[in-house]
Design a binder for this molecule. Structure first.
Ligand code: FAD
Length: 445
């Protein structure tokens, strides 16, 4: 039941992960929620133009899976029914790290892997099944509707039939990396927000494969070979997903020449350490190679604007996007929806959401993920980074190098990576001394 407020109608711009998660929590507080999506959406699960990242490996971190499951009870089972495997991270991940591969380590950390289009499809069905949510696809938001520069009262939209306006008590910009909000705000005479970028110039090239009849899939369910400045320019992610497919993303940082097409995908894989080339050599490609290069970390400081209009918030990639190589975007979108839920729930009855306060708190929600992604990426940008970056990277690299030799450290690191544990996990003297002593010689699976 919506709580008693004057909040009658919320409009969400964009039906990506952040938009769908936001719509789910808004449905508890608003009488009606309209999600506007510029793509014409298919009834099946398929990559689409407005979310080109759907062609690439999308891993959902354990914390993100937990938050989504809370909002959509039974989600994991539904995805499993659609063929998405559930497996134990410690036992079934093959992590090809610079100083070795950790042996299988039971951690009790179940992970589920699927394509991004499948997750989005299932979430979209769940959200539109909520009586109060309407999804209008094939409709582009072109600007904000305002009563005055200080008050947003809806959005302006356009489709093949022309232009129109939709009134709303709250507008949520969840339009992703291509958000036009900075321009929309300046058009209202509001100051331009400061944008910070950190770019490791990571490129992606991805492809899906099937197993020929009679061929067993590899023993691992996920393969991870991370990039690291300055020496490890090339890496990969591979996960087993629905339809018994293997989804493979090859990536490269600054200067790495990514595969251009179907012919050089295997050749690039052969330049990597670890088992990826050997695995895909005998598989049947089921898609052509897709590339993606807009992986810059970008943060727009809406939280620092002195003035912010009532009736508006922004979240998801529209505010803060991370180099996807760290796999954080969907989980952060889920955490931002949780913040929205908390703030909507904490309002006194009949008071509107404080948008400016929301942006301030959102900046705190994204802060640690921003640091996790940009600290290593600054080392790609600048060969002689500032000392805090250097110190942070020294510690992190030492930790990752020690992980193959210390199961407890591997477990603690996995908790950090999946955001189920905070940095204080490493304050344990036994773990800290393990990191400081560093790796022991050669240990591989
Ligand atoms: C290559 C790549 C790989 C990634 N891998 C991972 C991963 O492994 N794990 C992970 O957690 N995250 C990953 N991410 C990040 C993840 O995709 C996003 O962080 C997440 O989807 C949240 O995004 P969003 O909803 O804010 O934006 P999106 O999901 O991009 O959705 C924005 C939506 O808004 C729509 N839209 C845009 N403008 C308008 C408009 N004017 N009117 C109406 N609709 C509009 C778009 O069509 C789109 O549907 C990856 C990203 C990329 C690029």
């Amino acid at each position: 039941m919506p709580m008693e407020t004057d909040a009658r109608h919320a409009v969400v711009v964009g039906a990506g992960m952040a938009g769908l998660a936001a719509a789910r929590v808004l449905a508890d507080s608003f009488e009606a929620v309209t999600v506007i999506e510029r793509d014409t959406l298919s009834r099946a699960s398929a990559p689409r133009g407005g979310a080109p990242q759907g062609h690439h490996v999308h891993g959902l971190l354990a914390l993100g899976a937990e938050v989504f499951e809370g909002y959509f009870p039974g989600l994991r089972a539904e995805l499993e029914q659609a063929g998405a495997p559930v497996w134990d991270w410690g036992e079934k991940l093959c992590a090809v790290l610079p100083k070795g591969t950790p042996p299988p380590t039971p951690m009790g950390m179940p992970i589920q892997t699927f394509s991004r289009p499948l997750l989005e499809h299932v979430l979209r069905q769940r959200v539109t099944a909520l009586g109060s949510v309407t999804l209008r696809d094939g409709l582009t938001v072109t600007g904000l509707r305002t009563a005055s520069p200080g008050k947003v009262t809806g959005v302006r939209v356009k489709d093949g039939d022309g232009e129109d306006e939709i009134a709303a008590d709250l507008v949520v910009d969840a339009s992703g990396r291509s958000s036009h909000l900075p321009q929309w705000l300046t058009a209202l005479g509001l100051p331009s927000p400061r944008t910070t970028t950190v770019d490791a110039q990571v490129g992606y090239a991805s492809r899906t494969f099937s197993y020929p009849e009679g061929q067993a899939p590899p023993a691992w369910m996920g393969l991870l070979q991370p990039l690291r400045a300055p020496d490890f320019h090339k890496g990969c992610y591979a996960i087993q997903i629905e339809n018994n497919a293997l989804h493979v993303t090859l990536h490269g940082a600054k200067g790495a020449q990514l595969p251009h097409g179907d012919d050089d995908f295997l050749a690039y894989a052969k330049t990597l350490r670890g088992p990826i080339a050997e695995t895909i050599a005998s598989l049947t490609p089921t898609s052509s190679v897709r590339r993606y290069a807009r992986t810059v970390n970008r943060k727009i400081a809406y939280h620092r604007l002195a003035r912010w209009p009532d009736g508006l918030i922004a979240l998801g990639d529209a505010v803060c996007t991370f180099n996807p190589a760290y796999g954080q975007g969907m989980t952060v979108a889920a955490l931002e929806a949780r913040l929205l839920e908390q703030m909507l729930g904490n309002r006194r009855a009949r008071t509107p959401l404080d948008g400016q306060e929301f942006q301030k708190r959102l900046a705190r929600v994204t802060a640690s993920s921003w640091l996790m992604a940009t600290t290593p990426d600054r080392a790609w940008e600048d060969a002689r980074p500032a000392w805090p970056v250097k110190a942070g990277n020294w510690f992190m690299n030492r930790l990752i190098d020690t992980v193959p030799h210390d199961p407890r450290l591997y477990t603690a690191f996995s908790g950090l990576f999946h955001m189920t544990a905070g940095p204080l996990t490493l304050a344990n003297p036994r773990l800290l001394s393990s990191v400081l002593i560093g790796p022991r010689p050669a240990s591989t699976r």
